[in-house]
Design a protein around this ligand. Structure first.
Ligand code: DAH
Length: 342
């Protein structure tokens, strides 16, 4: 009898069925009124008392194994039968939701592409910077207000070489000048941080692209032509620029650049405050002190630099009026850029 039980256990474990009919035949053969199991339970009555315990256990194991096997195959068959009955092969496939590029990413890419076409390479630098790269090497005097706690997020303030979140991407200029020999033609995109109250017009972090060009005989005319070409590439052939004298510690002379308002074409609107012009960047000829600080001979080389805010350009390209939208992750805002992407 033990042998018979083992044999049936083995048989049921190896059993497979591909239709419900086959499964039903198996069920009847094993568990039906005249099935194997009933025969065994009949025979069990005559088993000697001392063997009853062992054989009883074996019989129960066999019964559960058969039942489990039947359930398992039944489930599998039901799933496949269900599918084949309900599948409508003419139905369109399920849509999968595609994300969209962030507007800052889109504009950043466009800016970098314009400069790549002019032969600029792209580099990046650290967001946590020391005082030397963010301020001192860039000719900021020790008492300059930008170093103040109001503007800078300090990570470590030790009075010598403080560590801070960089306040501009000009710090990457220094890193590149320290490690590369001219000619240098490069742009540095990145995130910068300032300790400002968050509002529609200001944020505690934003994005910049810094540009640097150093070679022999680089002049202010080269700077102007480069930036004019950039403005036209980004905002259209009819775009005009104007350079207004300004001050930055690391450039001399320094300027701020306006472009003709791309929303009203220069006629005057609320966006350009009826002036017809909007400011997009700061620029200038690199101060000889900065070249010297970075180990470049200012008697041989000269260069220009510029720094622009990506948010500002994005505002102009997509007429976004509130800076906070860029970092709130509101899908209603982000989804509007689906078609502008790459
Ligand atoms: N670093 C300046 C800022 O964050 C922008 C800037 C101005 C960068 C003039 C330059 C420059 O390279 O020449 O406001």
């Amino acid at each position: 009898m033990k042998q018979k039980i083992d044999q049936l256990l083995d048989e049921s474990q190896r059993f497979q069925a591909s239709t419900m009919d086959e499964l039903e035949q198996f069920r009847v053969k094993m568990l039906g009124k005249k099935g194997e199991l009933n025969d065994l339970f009949e025979a069990f009555k005559t088993v000697a008392n001392e063997e009853k315990r062992e054989i009883g256990q074996k019989l129960n194991i066999l019964k559960t194994a058969i039942q489990d096997k039947i359930d398992e195959i039944k489930n599998a068959l039901e799933i496949t039968e269900d599918n084949s009955e309900n599948t409508d092969l003419t139905r369109p496939v399920n849509d999968f939701v595609l994300g969209s590029r962030h507007p800052i990413t889109l504009v950043r890419k466009e800016i970098l592409e314009v400069f790549s076409r002019m032969g600029y390479v792209v580099s990046e630098g650290p967001e946590i910077e020391d005082d030397w790269h963010n301020f001192t090497a860039l000719n900021f005097p020790p008492e300059h207000p930008a170093r103040d706690m109001q503007d800078t997020f300090f990570v470590e303030k030790n009075g010598e070489n403080d560590i801070a979140l960089r306040t501009h991407t000009s710090s990457v200029q220094v890193r590149v000048m320290e490690t590369q020999k001219p000619p240098i033609r490069a742009v540095f995109p990145g995130r910068v941080y300032r300790n400002e109250a968050i509002s529609a017009r200001a944020h505690c972090f934003f994005h910049q692209v810094e540009g640097l060009y150093i070679d022999k005989n680089v002049s202010f005319a080269d700077l102007r032509e480069t930036l004019l070409n950039f403005a036209k590439e980004l905002f259209g052939e009819e775009t005009k620029i104007r350079l207004r004298p300004s001050y930055f510690p690391f450039t001399e002379p320094s300027a701020e650049m306006d472009i003709s308002c791309n929303l009203c074409g220069g006629k005057g609107c609320t966006f350009c405050k009826h002036s017809g012009w909007v400011e997009i960047l700061g620029c200038g000829m690199i101060d000889p002190n900065v070249l010297k600080n970075c180990g470049i001979d200012s008697a041989v080389y000269s260069g220009f630099a510029f720094g622009l805010g990506i948010e500002r350009i994005t505002n102009l390209k997509f007429t976004v009026k509130d800076l906070r939208l860029f970092s709130e992750n509101d899908l209603r805002f982000l989804e509007q850029f689906k078609s502008s992407g790459f």
